[in-house]
Design a protein around this ligand. Structure first.
Ligand code: GLA
Ligand code: GLA
Length: 666
């Protein structure tokens, strides 16, 4: 698959001319304004099914013909959506089975979006049919750049069709053998041995919700249902427009679908980025966003992705929707590009006149003209992106990785014990990531089944579940010279949530780490246990493992509770590599000190030749280096070598970055 689908950074966003069908003069005005805003692409048709198929089997594409022609005439690309995210009322009226059944067993009524059954053969057929017509009509259209499949796939359905499909899925996975399922789900517990497949149904509040293996199976099934729904959607597109890439817009760290399993089915990953820039700690918001960018970049092994949506100003769905400070949307655009995005797109181009989202930010608001702050700032972003053709298709090579695995996140949420409250698996992964990000060290965020041989450092926070040969992969990685870091909960269960017997972590990993974890203490919020490491004292929180070393060197010790003197940080030489165990939830100070001691030994270097002041983040991608100031104040950066400013061509040895300013260097 190609890394590059267009020669320029895509700048545009969701465009709903179908809402303005009665005031078509606005369409021409949109084209004029898009030119002014340096917009080169529009995402069309996402929620337009009721217009293109107003009655069953009656199609009217005249409006879309006109829009596609206008976009082509203005030299703009169309990212054309399939409309399955929301359906016309007639469809639900005639075929109630297309509507979703909630966990309560009650079928939803018509309304909202994301309200369809994933299994319904009728719905799949209707979707395939309209998609076929779109592909027949526009598959070879000069404006067409990409297919945007549906919108933010999410949720699940518990109808009888889905229950049947779930049972069929289970039969296949467990070789049609209920004994195998009973064993893997440990159904002897609370007398749950099934004797008939029909006794099994989806997990629900008023039914079975205490079998982690069932909950895992259901999430895996829901993921597979989404994948097969997606494959059904794209079948006619592949047939009629085989060269046009397909994507679907994903939502941050949404866990209802295993995105890492879905990603291989997309030609290019895209996601909708809505950081909360009004939160008090801008750098934290920036880190959260960077982490998600890197997770999506890593899903396709480093291939560039699209930032399919973002807001040019506010959202409308937070409890309080404050305006981000001017400059932050532009900095967020550069941050996306720095982390691998080949697009900066918005929800939405023009604000709706009515409906639920009319007060969501838009490039063109209800005033309708170009002399607004938001329009001018968006146009400035567009003009800037036009100078960044050199960025398109660029990759970032990372020698460090944080394992952050969707299925493990489910398992960590589902187990009962230790601390039931305050679990934040993604947050824990991000803490480790942050220390590398702040140091300018590119880091991949990967699933556990990834080949690790290209990395020097792999961090596996809370890697509770080990599946698909992970035990061997981690062992060989270390044996072959890698540096591996693990934390509490490491290697406790297999992919069915069955505990490994014979001591934790699983199997061979006891040798890799030179230890055994015997017990885990859980601390309430606010309580910490002192840890001494490298002559300093740090605070251990949440979980503290009591380790029994069998070869590992103690590098740090607990200094409190009855396990004072017990190893809190260990290192073990294994093969040509080293495995470190950090037996508690560390804070940023500890992670900083600990990683500094490790990465200097590994010869890791910052992406940028500079000492970065606090709040300034650098990222190299391709030939360009992006230096971004997340401080709300002027910040001076001095470089160790002379760069060239990509926009001005001037040499750069130091830069005074304004609040939320940035510089792009070559
Ligand atoms: C109760 C129940 C047991 C077990 C324990 C756990 O005592 O009777 O089956 O669940 O709680 O503490
Ligand atoms: C999501 C959806 C859009 C819109 C925006 C609002 O990203 O895909 O249709 O609802 O949220 O922020």
């Amino acid at each position: 698959m190609k890394d590059k689908y267009y020669d320029h950074i895509i700048h545009g966003g969701d465009y709903n001319p179908d809402q303005w069908i009665d005031t078509k003069e606005i369409w021409d005005e949109d084209m004029r304004l898009m030119d002014l805003a340096h917009v080169n692409s529009a995402t069309v048709g996402i929620f337009s099914w009721s217009l293109t198929e107003p009655e069953e089997g009656v199609y009217d594409f005249s409006w879309l013909d006109e829009i596609m022609e206008k976009l082509a005439a203005h030299g703009k690309k169309a990212i054309l959506a399939t409309p399955s995210g929301a359906r016309p009322p007639w469809l639900a009226q005639k075929y109630p089975e297309v509507l979703r059944v909630e966990e309560t067993g009650i079928r939803n009524e018509y309304g909202v979006r994301h309200n369809h059954c994933l299994t319904s053969p009728v719905y799949r057929e209707k979707v395939r049919e309209i998609n076929r017509r779109l592909a027949e009509r526009y598959g070879k259209h000069p404006a067409l750049l990409m297919w945007h499949i549906s919108n933010e796939y999410s949720g699940e359905c518990h109808c009888e069709l889905c229950q049947k499909a779930f049972r069929a899925w289970l039969r296949e996975r467990y070789h049609n053998d209920l004994n195998e399922l009973n064993f893997k789900w440990w159904n002897g517990f609370w007398s749950h041995r099934f004797t008939d497949w029909d006794q099994i149904s989806s997990p629900k509040g008023r039914g079975e919700n205490h079998v982690p293996a069932l909950k895992l199976a259901w999430r895996r099934f829901v993921t597979d249902q989404h994948i097969s729904f997606f494959e059904n959607e794209i079948a006619p597109l592949r047939e009629l427009s085989p060269d046009v890439p397909v994507t679907t817009n994903l939502m941050r760290l949404y866990t209802g679908i295993d995105y890492q399993k879905l990603a291989p089915h997309l030609d290019i990953v895209s996601w909708d980025n809505y950081p909360d820039w009004t939160a008090p700690d801008t750098l934290d918001t920036a880190c959260e966003t960077a982490f998600v960018h890197d997770a999506f970049r890593s899903m396709k092994h480093g291939k560039p992705f699209y930032m399919m949506e973002s807001t040019p100003s506010v959202v409308n769905w937070r409890p309080v929707n404050g305006l981000p400070a001017p400059g932050l949307p532009e900095l967020a655009a550069i941050q996306a590009v720095a982390h691998g995005a080949d697009s900066v797109q918005y929800f939405q181009w023009r604000a709706s006149r009515g409906g639920h989202e009319k007060f969501h930010g838009a490039v063109v608001d209800h005033y309708g003209k170009e002399d607004t702050r938001v329009f001018k700032e968006t146009a400035a972003v567009g003009a800037m992106l036009e100078k960044l053709d050199a960025a398109v298709g660029g990759r970032t090579e990372a020698k460090a990785a944080v394992i952050c695995d969707w299925e493990n996140s489910w398992a960590v949420d589902f187990y009962c014990g230790y601390r039931r409250d305050g679990r934040d698996y993604f947050g824990a992964c991000r803490k480790w990531y942050r220390a590398l990000w702040e140091r300018g060290i590119p880091t991949d965020v990967i699933p556990m089944d990834r080949d690790l041989s290209g990395y020097d450092l792999v961090i596996a926070p809370y890697l509770y579940m080990l599946k698909n040969g992970t035990e061997d992969r981690l062992a060989s990685f270390t044996e072959n010279g890698g540096t591996l870091i693990a934390t509490p909960l490491f290697g406790l269960v297999d992919e069915y949530d069955l505990c490994y017997l014979g001591g934790f972590p699983a199997g061979r990993l006891k040798e890799v780490f030179g230890l055994r974890r015997e017990e885990t203490d859980a601390l309430p919020d606010g309580e910490t246990v002192p840890v001494e490491f490298s002559k300093k004292t740090y605070a251990a929180a949440k979980l503290c493992d009591i380790l029994i070393p069998s070869g590992a060197k103690t590098l740090g010790k607990f200094r409190g509770k009855f396990y004072a003197e017990s190893p809190a940080v260990t290192g073990n030489a294994y093969g040509r590599g080293t495995a470190y165990y950090v037996a508690f939830e560390p804070d940023a100070d500890f992670i900083g000190a600990f990683l500094t001691s490790i990465i200097s030994g590994l010869g890791f270097q910052s992406d940028v030749k500079a000492t970065l002041p606090a709040g300034v983040i650098a990222r190299k991608r391709g030939d360009l280096t992006y230096v971004m100031n997340f401080n709300n104040k002027n910040t001076q950066v001095f470089f160790y070598k002379t760069y060239t400013n990509e926009f001005t061509g001037k040499p750069v040895l130091s830069a005074l970055l304004p609040p939320y300013g940035y510089v792009v260097l070559r």
